[in-house]
Every structure is written in C-alpha cells, then in structure tokens.
Design a protein around this ligand. Sequence first.
Ligand SMILES: [Zn+2]
Ligand SMILES: [Zn+2]
Ligand SMILES: [Zn+2]
Length: 148
Amino acid sequence: MTSVRTEKEQHFIKLLKHNALKVTPHRLRVLEEITQKDAAISQPDLEKIVGKEIDRVTLYRILSSFEEKGIVHKIFDLNGTATYAICSADCSADHHHDQHIHFICSVCNSVFCLEEISLPKIPIPPNFTLHGLALNAVGLCDNCQKEV
Ligand SMILES: [Zn+2]
Ligand SMILES: [Zn+2]
Ligand SMILES: [Zn+2]
C-alpha cells in the first residue's frame, strides 16, 4: 500500500519507533482509535470497533505493550472497566507521569484526563511502596449536561 501517511499517522509511527515497537497496521489502528475522542476509550468499546480486524488476544497484547512503554495509561471507570487514554509526551517505559485527576461522567461513563490538575503527594507508611494513585472526579460531562 502506498497511501500517503497523514500527519497523525506519522506521529504514531515515530511514537512506536521511539519505543522500539514494530510499526504494524494493528498498532497504528489502535492508536488511532484511542486518540479519536477527547475521552478515554474502554477496552470493550475498542473491541467492538476493531474486533473484526484485530482479535482479542492481539488487542490485549497491544494494549499491555503500550501501557508498558508509557504510550497509554489505564483508568478504571465507574463500572471498574479498564479504559485507556494516551499519555503525555513525558511518559516513558516503566515511568508513567500521568499523576493527574480523571473526570468520570456518571451518566455516560466517559473518562477524561484532567492533565492540569496534579495529584497530591500522599504520605505512606514507612516500608510501604506506592505503585500508583488514582483520584477520580465524578459528575456530568458537557454532553450530558446539555441533556439535563
Ligand atoms: Zn503515562
Ligand atoms: Zn457524560
Ligand atoms: Zn489520564
């Protein structure tokens, strides 16, 4: 295929190469879908969209490799469903810097990254190791607000 790459695609290709991941149509497709909307995308929704082209196991592998490399981060929505959002540029393998609050809409269950609000430093007991911190703001998104 010799189609012209869009700017977005070129960015994704760079991102994959930078993280030593092979550029494959499946990986590009998943990145495309994750960045499609402002809100994060849940794994079941992703499966629905790309399910015909990418089988579940492959999709699962792609998502976990992206997470490992610092390309996406996982947020659990109000139902506890894994939801993925693209990381900011300063995330790298094993070093996520997505220490921000997530806004979850209680009506449509959409998850939004509130990048500008960072999480407080949590004093943890000595001898404990902190692996992550999740703080969610719950309310109505702008879309659902309009319908009230
Ligand atoms: Zn990250
Ligand atoms: Zn909503
Ligand atoms: Zn986020």
